[in-house]
Design a binder for this molecule. Structure first.
Ligand SMILES: NC(=O)c1ccc[n+]([C@@H]2O[C@H](COP(=O)([O-])OP(=O)(O)OC[C@H]3O[C@@H](n4cnc5c(N)ncnc54)[C@H](OP(=O)(O)O)[C@@H]3O)[C@@H](O)[C@H]2O)c1
Length: 233
């Protein structure tokens, strides 16, 4: 696929770092966004220790990272989601945004989803940055698996939702750097209402069976529309 410049905001956390690693491994230029310069530099060093110093990974403050990128991944905890998006809304204008934020909390019974006014974090993102092409993706893939040295996480599908066809196509191709195949277009952005809470169920399964479970959509191999993505080398 076409080489992208991708900012991963919250890229110092396990999810952002794992996604950044997968994108950089396939030749994309990645900027780790952080509120803290030293943490950003540390994450760059960790990824380059894996991929070599020739890999294109740099760090910057969240806003500067977003400004320099074509594609921006939002990988901060839900409590930081609206404040971050409000702060950088003008910078995100016209960009493809990938929101992977799961509004979750934990109580004595385990994980559960939070009530979000817009019904999903991804829709909240679109409200806060109306001029960005917002998609939802990578909600159900575990950070531990992303950071593993498995070539592809080909036991799972990456579900992609969004209202902009072109943005979804970009994200579906980026998904191939993780799963080895195109992300699955599950429909409009509002499908995030169903994807984000599923994470609570996956965490519950993980706890019960001591695994890192994922979601695979069956039957797609019969689709006449399916094309295999070839990740950038
Ligand atoms: N962990 C997983 O397996 C997983 C799987 C799927 C989806 N997700 C979603 O991905 C997102 C990130 O997950 P994570 O586990 O990587 O989270 P995390 O470690 O708690 O946070 C990620 C990074 O976000 C920044 N951050 C923390 N609080 C913030 C705030 N209030 N405002 C702005 N930035 C803040 C921090 O970076 P700096 O201090 O460097 O700025 C932190 O390193 C979450 O929304 C989660 O639901 C996680």
């Amino acid at each position: 696929m076409e080489k992208q410049t991708i900012a991963v905001l919250g890229g110092t956390g396990p999810q952002g770092k794992g996604l950044a690693y997968r994108f950089a491994k396939h030749g994309h230029s990645v900027i780790i966004g952080s509120r803290d310069e030293a943490r950003g530099a540390e994450t760059v060093a960790e990824i380059q220790a894996r991929l070599g110093s020739a890999s294109e990974v740099t760090a910057a403050a969240n806003s500067a990272a977003a400004e320099a990128a074509d594609v921006v991944v939002i990988a901060v905890p839900y409590k930081g989601h609206a404040p971050l998006l409000t702060e950088i809304a003008s910078v995100l204008r016209g960009k493809v945004v990938i929101d992977c934020v799961n509004p979750l909390a934990f109580d004595q019974k385990g994980p559960h989803s939070l009530d979000v006014e817009e019904r999903s974090a991804a829709e909240e993102c679109q409200r806060l940055v109306p001029e960005a092409q917002v998609t939802g993706a990578f909600h159900l893939v575990s950070a531990v698996n992303l950071w593993s040295e498995d070539e592809y996480l080909d036991h799972e599908d990456i579900l992609v939702c969004g209202d902009d066809k072109d943005a979804k196509a970009v994200v579906a191709e980026l998904a191939a750097t993780v799963s080895g195949r195109l992300g699955v277009d599950v429909g409009p952005l509002r499908m995030a209402r169903y994807i984000e809470p599923l994470t609570a169920m996956i965490i519950s399964i993980n706890k019960k069976y001591k695994v890192r479970a994922g979601i695979t959509i069956s039957g797609l191999e019969n689709s006449p529309l399916l094309q295999q993505a070839v990740p950038a080398s």
